[in-house]
Design a protein around this ligand. Structure first.
Ligand code: ADE
Ligand code: ZN
Length: 343
């Protein structure tokens, strides 16, 4: 089914794990190509396993399916398939996470991952009309030493990487041990983001801000529980990269109608909506705009605000060229004819 015009409003995607875009069809094609046996009979059986109780139950499947990603060509194919879909959904700019430790632990070197992804990203503007940046995430359920080794391994590839993030299992894995690796990343000129407040309480968001010094919070879903935290996020204009469909699938909320997005926008928070791991959670960026528009009865001005916020919160501010691109995208958002559109 084609996407409604409203959902195709120009937008940036700021919270997207490239490994979370691995669709079952591509997973099986890569498994065949690489001689990997998957513990599922076919794509239907794999899809049937997409019933998650929480973040950890998703992560178990997500890390397992990565077994099919082995070569530069595999990573290139993965990123190119995502960018083609993103373009159809109105994405004009994508800031893409990847999880190098999950690949290096399987014997796939950093260079294979970054070179493969970068090949697809380098052609993306020309082929798909989508500009891109790459953000390397550390796994918070691994040690800080492992994160530091990962940063070291990334040094030959820093021209391709704009920033660092922190992901994987949140609760019980605080950010504090990662202070030094974030300081080292910043000293290399990298931007800083981190997942926080997805399942964890507001203390995880405070720690991301105060210990890691992040300039954007990934999720921040539980921020409203702490009015002082809200005041801080509003005062410092810290963007939140919310992922509403992910929150439902991973049971952070029961139904989309209960998502606090509107309350968060009303509180003055700089909210964006994103797809997180769209192959697993039932929708890409445009599908997510469509779903929140319907479930939360967002009016057109709110939809435009979310699209505008996505570019405001992006890392398209590092150079005059990036600033010019952002200005062009923001003009596209303002010119997008939402009032002629229903649905
Ligand atoms: N890695 C991939 N998706 C994630 C999520 N939603 N939270 C934490 N780590 C992740
Ligand atoms: Zn995420």
């Amino acid at each position: 089914m084609s996407l409604a015009p409203l959902a195709r409003i120009p937008k940036a995607e700021l919270h997207l794990h490239i490994e979370g875009t691995l669709e079952p069809e591509l997973a099986f094609a890569l498994a065949r190509r690489n001689g990997v046996t998957l513990p599922y009979a076919d794509t239907d059986a794999l899809r049937e396993a997409y019933l998650f109780a929480d973040l950890q139950s998703f992560l178990n499947l997500y890390y397992g399916l990565m077994a099919v990603l082995l070569t530069e060509d595999d990573f290139e194919a993965l990123a190119d398939a995502y960018l083609a879909r993103a373009a159809e959904q109105g994405v004009r700019h994508a800031e893409i996470f990847f999880d190098p430790q999950a690949h290096m632990a399987r014997g796939v070197p950093m260079g294979t991952v970054v070179t493969g992804l970068s090949r697809a990203l380098a052609r993306s503007e020309e082929r798909h009309g989508v500009s891109t940046k790459l953000i390397m995430c550390f796994l918070r359920d691994q040690s800080a030493e492992s994160a530091m080794e990962t940063l070291e391994a990334a040094k030959p590839y820093l021209e391709h990487i704009v920033g660092v993030g922190l992901d994987s299992a949140e609760v019980g894995n605080p950010a504090a041990p990662f202070r030094e690796v974030y300081e080292a990343a910043a000293a290399l000129g990298l931007r800083k983001v981190a997942h926080a407040g997805e399942e964890g309480d507001p203390s995880y968001v405070w720690e991301a801000l105060d210990v890691l010094g992040v300039e954007r919070v990934d999720h921040g879903l539980r921020s409203l529980e702490d009015p002082e935290l809200v005041a801080r996020l509003v005062r410092d204009r810290i963007p939140l990269t919310l992922c509403p469909l992910s929150n439902v699938r991973l049971r952070a909320i029961d139904v989309l109608e209960e998502h606090p997005l509107v309350k968060m926008m009303d509180a003055g928070l700089l909210c964006t909506v994103n797809s997180d791991d769209p192959a697993y959670f039932g929708g890409y960026a445009g599908d997510t705009f469509h779903a929140v528009h319907e479930a939360l009865a967002l009016d057109h001005e709110r939809v435009r605000e979310l699209a505008r916020n996505s570019f405001v919160a992006s890392f398209l501010d590092g150079s005059a060229q990036d600033e010019a691109l952002r200005a062009r995208y923001l003009a596209e958002v303002e010119a997008y004819p939402l009032d002629d559109i229903t649905g």
